[in-house]
Design a protein around this ligand. Structure first.
Ligand code: MOS
Length: 725
């Protein structure tokens, strides 16, 4: 299948600034918390200050007498919700979102009440004045490797995969790596905090929200409030980042509840601090990898076991071994994702869920193996390229990993690298380079779209897509223009409205692919309907598409994007400072629709990888069960000065089975990025860091190769990273 037009120049593949860019920089684009409504009231959530227990009383009388206060909703007066359903994403609702249904408190920051007032200031003041008493119970937030209550959890993928005799294969291996890797709790924190306004409008529930998929939120709200989905409308025209955090959350449900109770529009916005317990996060992980290889580096044994945590009320697993099932084969191959339930908030999808922490462990272990075998790390990967899916046995739809390494090595200057660690020095800095592989699944899910030929010769596309800052709106405009064989400026792209019909969410790196499929299908049929020379009626001519059948007909294959990450670091072992000097990624990630916004996706992921390698870590206080410094001062992220020179490139890699050739680019940029940085730190200092982030204190304590053993939770020194102690 191809959409390449014959006569005119393709819009796909050309760099274009965002179609809504001017609106965004001039402030004309309005976000969920900025859209005015007559008679708007403001809700402020009250969160638990204990990590486990029971609410014994809420002293609402005084608060209700405060200026502007309209109501206080809590478990004692809130309407009952329906939580007995399986949502669009195949899981029951997280009880954290099913607000005010009982007096139990399962973690610090659990929503216990909503104070609604005439102004946000009044609501906040009253919420802070609300006295809530608890019967506190001892909590358990200890995330440690040997939890007897850990258990395997699947989901979209099996919890465990196993082939061959692991112990025999390890015993027969000339070279063995056995190490533990840890990653801390990490948080997404998109620039725009979560915000929703709910109101009843002529018998319909109308919600203006910031989310990753209007169809998804409609389904959840309709289920929770026992409404006909047709009577619920969710709009999210502009979304200031999501990264997996913007699904159904407590604030939307609380807003709908209050709007229903008060019969007027109610807005609920999360603060940064409230986002920590309520917007999801990436679980910490403790991962153990065992590799066995022959002297030539060919894998005989590969075992990857990952432990993550979830809340006591909802099961979510960080599937860190997913990529291991795709990347490398071995006679004995064993992977397992385990979870332990703790008195902590529920984690969620966060950019490359599973792949991001999993690739840190796997790609660091591969680097350790290369070093033990005395083989270049790229050559090691060449020698371990599988013919078929290591676990599935299925063929790859395309696999251009080695081409990415070759192109990356050429651009990065890898051939000049002396593999011996600790040799390059520049004043107080030790210099090193590292590399790592990346992969991410390629998927599509059903969507519907409507394309209208207008009487004035323009076209309007309507699809419930979400542009969460990725540039999806612009990419879809380019795709539609090519499918309609017109210039992009004749295409009007309307997105972010559930009334446009069901569509895939912006998630799993499959939004633009899934939506483009639907748009291309509708546009193709519309072109067949248009008679050259014939007029178009005033209401236009509209064609609708539904890709359910076409997407369902895709054959079972291993479908993935691939990439190669390279990093150069400078380390001062006296101050513990690690500076990334340059970073380079080469990706095979399908046809690139818009090089400008695509580069932003890749480099954004890579920068997050730097941040993951060196900065990000939410630290828990075991006494309170809450965080130290739950804000963006206490939670460090890479800022401009930490990101000197980041380059992303791609090779020609159109997906053979997608109508447009798209694979998806939202997440692969972060995969392998932290491992590339950590491998470069090893090359610079001779010390292997197996616990993220590679903080100054860890670097100082570890010193250099001459000074002592490796840092972190290695197999020899099985001390947990401090963050998990
Ligand atoms: Mo992404 S973590 O699938 O929003």
């Amino acid at each position: 299948m191809t959409t390449a037009p014959a006569a005119r120049e393709s819009a796909v593949g050309t760099a274009r600034t965002r179609v809504e860019g001017r609106d965004k920089v001039t402030g004309a684009a309005r976000y969920a918390a900025e859209i005015p409504f007559a008679g708007l009231a403001h809700g402020w959530l009250v969160l638990s200050t204990v990590a486990r227990g029971r609410i014994t009383s809420l002293e609402t009388a005084g608060v209700l007498a405060m200026p502007g206060v309209l109501t206080v909703l809590h478990h004692g007066n809130a309407p009952r919700l329906n939580a007995d359903y399986i949502g669009l994403l195949g899981v029951p609702p997280d009880p954290t979102c099913v607000v005010f249904q009982h007096d139990r408190v399962p973690f610090m920051g659990w929503p216990v009440a909503l104070v609604v007032a005439e102004t946000p200031e009044q609501a906040r003041e009253a919420a802070e004045a609300l006295v809530v008493r608890y019967e506190e119970e001892p909590h358990d937030t200890a995330f440690t490797r040997d939890r007897p209550d850990a258990y395997p959890v699947g989901g979209r993928m099996p919890a465990e995969t196993r082939k061959g005799d692991m112990e025999a294969a390890l015993a027969a291996s000339a070279v063995v790596v056995d190490a533990e890797y840890t990653t801390p709790e990490e948080y997404h924190h998109p620039m725009e905090p979560h915000a929703a306004t709910a109101r009843w409008d002529g018998g319909r529930l109308d919600v203006v929200d910031s989310n990753q998929g209007a169809t998804w939120i409609v389904g959840e709200l309709a289920n929770l409030f026992s409404l006909d989905p047709a009577s619920v409308r969710v709009r999210s025209e502009h979304v200031g980042g999501g990264f997996g955090s913007k699904g159904i959350r407590a604030h939307q449900v609380a807003a709908v509840m209050a709007a229903t109770h008060l019969r007027r529009p109610v807005r609920v916005v999360l603060t940064r601090r409230q986002m920590f317990p309520l917007a999801g996060h990436r679980s910490a992980t403790i991962q153990r990898i065992r590799l066995g290889a022959d002297t030539g580096g060919r894998l005989r044994a590969l075992e990857h076991r990952s432990l993550s945590h979830t809340s006591t009320v909802h099961e979510f697993v960080e599937p860190s071994t997913g990529a291991t099932r795709v990347m490398y084969d071995a006679d004995a191959h064993h992977t397992a994702n385990l979870v332990v339930r703790l008195d902590l908030p529920t984690p969620t999808w966060m950019r490359a869920p599973g792949e991001a922490p999993g690739s840190f462990a796997l790609e660091t272990a591969l680097d350790e193996l290369a070093e033990k075998c005395g083989i270049d790390p790229i050559e090691l990967r060449v020698r371990n390229e599988p013919e078929r899916g290591p676990v599935s046995g299925l063929p790859f739809s395309s696999r251009n990993l080695i081409a990415c390494f070759q192109e990356g090595a050429r651009r990065f200057g890898w051939a000049d690298r002396d593999p011996r660690p600790g040799l390059r020095r520049e004043g107080r800095w030790l210099l090193g380079t590292g590399t790592a592989a990346a992969s991410f699944p390629v998927m599509a899910l059903p969507s519907t779209a409507a394309v209208t030929a207008e009487a004035d010769g323009t076209f309007t596309v309507r699809i419930a897509a979400a542009d969460i800052g990725t540039g999806a709106r612009t990419a879809l405009t380019q795709v539609a223009a090519d499918a309609l064989e017109v210039a992009p400026d004749r295409v009007r792209m309307r997105i972010g409205d559930s009334d446009f019909g069901p569509a895939m969410i912006a998630g799993g790196s499959m939004g633009t692919r899934s939506w483009s499929w639907a748009i291309t299908t509708a546009a193709g049929e519309l072109r067949e309907r248009l008679v050259p020379g014939a007029g178009i009626p005033p209401e236009g001519i509209t064609v609708r598409s539904d890709t359910t059948e076409a997407v369902g007909a895709l054959a079972q294959m291993e479908r993935h994007s691939f990439g190669a990450q390279f990093a150069e670091v400078a380390v001062d072992v006296t101050t513990g400072e690690v500076r990334v000097r340059r970073m380079l990624g080469v990706f095979a990630a399908g046809r690139i629709i818009n090089p400008l916004t695509a580069r932003g996706q890749f480099t954004g992921g890579m920068i997050w990888g730097i941040s993951m390698a060196l900065h990000e870590e939410a630290v828990r206080d075991s006494v309170s069960g809450g965080h130290y410094g739950a804000d963006l001062a206490g939670y460090h992220v890479a800022t401009h000065a930490d990101v000197p020179h980041v380059e992303a490139h791609w090779i020609d890699d159109p997906d053979p089975h997608d109508p447009v050739g798209i694979k998806g680019i939202g997440e692969i940029g972060i995969v392998g990025a932290a491992a590339a940085v950590a491998n470069a730190v090893r090359h610079a200092t001779g010390v292997r860091h197996r616990s993220l982030p590679i903080r100054p204190d860890r670097v100082i304590l570890a010193g250099t190769a001459g000074a002592g053993a490796d840092a972190g939770a290695g197999a020899g020194a099985r001390a947990a990273g401090e963050a998990h102690a």
